[in-house]
Design a protein around this ligand. Structure first.
Ligand code: SAM
Length: 363
């Protein structure tokens, strides 16, 4: 049983910065369990008891940016670069449709050249057309995660048939953003891209890295309130983990169990504040502990992103050290994850786009 003060806090509908900092700062196991239960129950009420799969295709690790934290940043000469062919991308997505996943995510390092833009346009169009079936009459739902692009590019990809886009703000604290990116990358431009995505007609997803060096609970509380302010539909956030050959240090003060706990509390509190959005239990959680994604589900996440990237290149898309499932085949991932999901008391939402009720207004 939570203390009366904690019970009252967990039952609120509106949260101040101080409320959120208090929830993120919970440290007693019994209090964290109360937070977890409140978030899990609210998830069931607001978005249902299904967990939706988004098959993740990591199309290319070629990147024109140099984000200090990222394993595939342009300056990391140790990375062997690859770009999947059009057929490989379409094949992976069609496998997802046949496996009942309902949606896929096409992700890559950032590129803005016409060749890449039209490759994506073409793949999206083909996937939507060729994945239509009796169980998926509209074809596979397509989420893109391809970084900051022009408003025109967003419109082209939306017209081709993608309907969700993930672009993390990484941190809403402008000073921290400036510390983890080269000066050419600006937080204002990233916010503008998120607004452009909304204008182009996408469901908009964002998120942050948790446990960045110098990041405080006040920063994380501000991140959650920023998601609410901008009426974000989907959240993908996970722990910051050091990358191979990377210039940026580990979080320092946080041991991996504390980092995991903080990431799980972020999911739960985001659920309490944003209520009816989709929240992903990201792969980075699983890099910290084998059942990290399932724990994310028990703290209020309702989306998971099993990898569909061909095994031969998966090891080259390592954003951080310890990426899990490097050698798993797609079929193994499907059944392993389905068992893991049922262990949380949830079921998989097969053959369903799994849009959040938050985006009901979205046609
Ligand atoms: N280029 C696209 C973009 O930037 O949105 C998509 C690919 S990018 C690699 C996807 C996400 O990986 C980033 O938004 C970032 O949050 C995450 N990421 C990169 N390096 C990471 C690290 N060392 N630890 C945890 N997450 C990381």
């Amino acid at each position: 049983q939570p203390s009366p003060a904690l019970a009252a806090l967990l039952a609120q509908r509106e949260f101040s910065d101080a409320d959120i900092v208090a929830l993120l700062g919970l440290s007693a196991a019994a209090d964290i369990e109360c937070l977890r239960r409140a978030a899990f129950a609210l998830t069931t009420r607001e978005v249902g008891d299904r967990v939706h799969y988004r098959g993740l295709v990591e199309i290319s690790n070629v990147c024109v940016l140099d984000c200090h934290y990222c394993g595939i940043r342009k300056g990391n000469r140790a990375v062997e670069r690859y770009t999947l062919s059009r057929e490989q991308v379409i094949d992976a997505a069609l496998w997802a449709a046949r496996a009942g996943y309902g949606s896929c995510v096409l992700q890559a390092g950032e590129r803005r050249d016409e060749g890449f833009i039209s490759l994506i346009e073409d793949c999206v169009h083909e996937i939507r057309q060729r994945s239509q079936s009796a169980s998926l009459p509209q074809g596979l739902g397509i989420t893109l995660s391809l970084g900051e692009q022009s408003a025109e590019t967003f419109r082209r990809w939306r017209a081709a048939g993608a309907h969700r886009y993930l672009l993390r703000i990484e941190t809403s604290n402008p000073e921290l953003f400036a510390r983890i990116h080269p000066p050419t990358q600006r937080i204002e431009t990233r916010w503008q891209a998120l607004a452009d995505l909304r204008d182009a007609g996408f469901q908009v997803g964002t998120g942050v890295m948790i446990g960045l060096p110098g990041q405080t609970l006040v920063d994380l509380a501000a991140d959650i309130l920023a998601f609410a302010d901008r009426d974000i539909d989907m959240i993908g956030m996970g722990p910051y983990l050091p990358a191979p050959g990377n210039a940026m240090p580990a979080a320092g003060a946080l041991a991996s169990d504390e980092l995991l706990q903080l990431a799980l509390k972020m999911i739960a509190v985001t659920r309490l504040v944003l209520r009816d959005v989709n929240i992903a239990a990201t792969t980075a959680l699983q890099a910290l502990v084998a059942d990290g994604r399932e724990r994310g589900v028990t703290f209020g996440a309702n989306v998971v992103m099993p990898s569909l990237t061909p095994r031969e290149v998966r090891k080259n898309y390592q954003l951080y050290e310890g990426k899990p499932c490097l050698d798993e085949a797609r079929d193994d991932c499907r059944s392993c994850l389905a068992n893991r999901i049922s262990s949380t008391g949830r079921q998989v939402g097969w053959n369903d786009w799994g849009d959040s009720p938050h985006s009901r207004h979205f046609a």
